[in-house]
Write a protein that binds this ligand. Structure first.
Ligand code: ADP
Ligand code: MG
Length: 367
């Protein structure tokens, strides 16, 4: 018997809205109590559908969802004890913030003095202690989203769902709110299922991330593993930035794969999903994992390339090169005194560690 059952368990969950196409396919995910798990993927990949089934606003076509060891398939949404923050989850416009926050507790028939105390404590928690008598129209977008967060937490739910809650905010405010949400999560210990299409947001906030595409989880792991060791070309493309150099598998040696890339160089890569000798593949290597070598150097993966142009992006520089067959490759370095000074047409050696390269089967671009 399992001594430590998952707090939340999706078991082979499927969803079809039209009885023909599955928008969520064989979704399996076990979430520990207190974990912050993000569903990350492009628009239309099925993330919100998973949240809607979990919240109880959509039925499950097949499979089951277990919460604290019990199926919630036939539990009404309001009895699931789940807090929710959505981008468009409007506050009641005619109510003050105090009334908005009190609402979930009134529904639960909590006594008036307890409601008053909880409302004030939660307003202070999101730094809106002096704003209780205002209405939502008298707040900025970021403040409104903080009220929505407080309202989702005020009845102390075990589980909080957030669907692109920061999508409408500008970059600075979004980063502040990301910190705010992770701080509250750590402090209060509730479990979070978070949905976003923003990979930076997912990488910075989550304990674990499930990457979705076309209703299928491509990979589910901790942020570092997704970034450093993506399992297929879609994940390598969707998360962070990557070069993809077309090539053909020459041979497999244990955990490494040798690939002849289209320019003729043979590179050694980490073993990923392209493992058949002769298979067409793409070698990935991230721009910041490549080094520009002025001279010969004992790196295990090297390429000859011609410098074409560069782009200043403030704290770093992006260098563009062409391989002998014209394939473009990007290198990113810190914009410090060590940044090389290159002239157009200059030939250089580029180098990387083979563990930072991978050979993937061809995939459709994630963008
Ligand atoms: P995401 O949140 O990842 O953008 P969704 O879960 O909203 O994706 O949508 C997944 C797929 O299901 C899309 O093709 C979308 O058009 C479809 N879909 C979503 N909601 C409905 C609905 N209520 N009725 C029919 N199709 C829907
Ligand atoms: Mg969505």
């Amino acid at each position: 018997m399992n001594q430590n059952p998952a707090f939340l368990d999706f078991r082979n969950v499927q969803k079809s809205y039209d009885q023909r196409t599955l928008v969520v396919k064989n979704f399996n995910l076990s979430v520990r109590q207190g974990e912050f798990v993000t569903l990350l993927g492009p628009s239309g990949s099925g993330k919100s559908t998973v949240l809607m089934m979990l919240a109880g606003f959509e039925s499950v076509t097949a499979g089951d969802i277990m919460l604290a060891g019990k199926s919630i398939a036939h539990v009404a949404p309001y009895k699931r004890d789940i807090g929710m923050v959505f981008q468009s989850y409007a506050l009641f416009p005619h109510m003050t913030l105090e009334e908005n926050l009190a609402y979930p507790l009134r529904l639960r028939k909590e006594p008036a003095d307890k409601i008053r105390e909880a409302v004030q404590r939660h307003l202070e928690m999101v730094e809106l202690g002096a704003f209780g008598k205002r209405t939502p129209a008298q707040l900025s977008g970021g403040q409104r989203q903080r009220v929505a967060l407080a309202r989702a937490l005020i009845f102390s739910p075990r589980l909080v769902l957030m669907d692109e809650p920061l999508g409408a905010l500008d970059k600075k405010l979004r980063e502040q709110m990301q910190l705010e949400i992770t701080r509250l999560h750590k402090q209060l210990g509730f479990t979070v299922i978070y949905v976003t299409h923003d990979q930076t947001e997912a990488l910075t906030m989550s304990d674990r991330i499930a990457v979705f595409n076309n209703g299928i989880v491509q990979q589910c792991d901790v942020p570092e593993a997704l970034y450093e060791r993506p399992g297929n070309g879609f994940v390598a493309d969707f998360i962070g930035e990557n070069n993809f150099l077309p090539g053909k598998v020459e041979g497999v040696d244990g955990d490494t794969v040798r690939v002849r890339i289209s320019s003729g160089d043979v590179v050694t890569t980490r073993r990923a999903d392209a493992t058949e000798t002769g298979a067409a593949c793409n070698v990935s290597v991230r721009p910041e994992k490549l080094f520009i070598l002025p001279n010969e150097h004992p790196f295990d993966t090297q390429l000859t390339a011609t410098f074409t142009t560069q782009l200043y992006v403030g704290d770093f520089i992006r260098y563009f090169f062409a391989l002998p067959d014209g394939t473009e490759i990007v290198v990113k370095t810190l914009n410090d005194v060590s940044a090389p000074k290159l002239t157009e047409g200059q030939s250089v050696r580029l180098a990387a560690l083979s563990k930072d390269c991978a050979a993937f089967l061809p995939h459709k671009s994630a963008h």
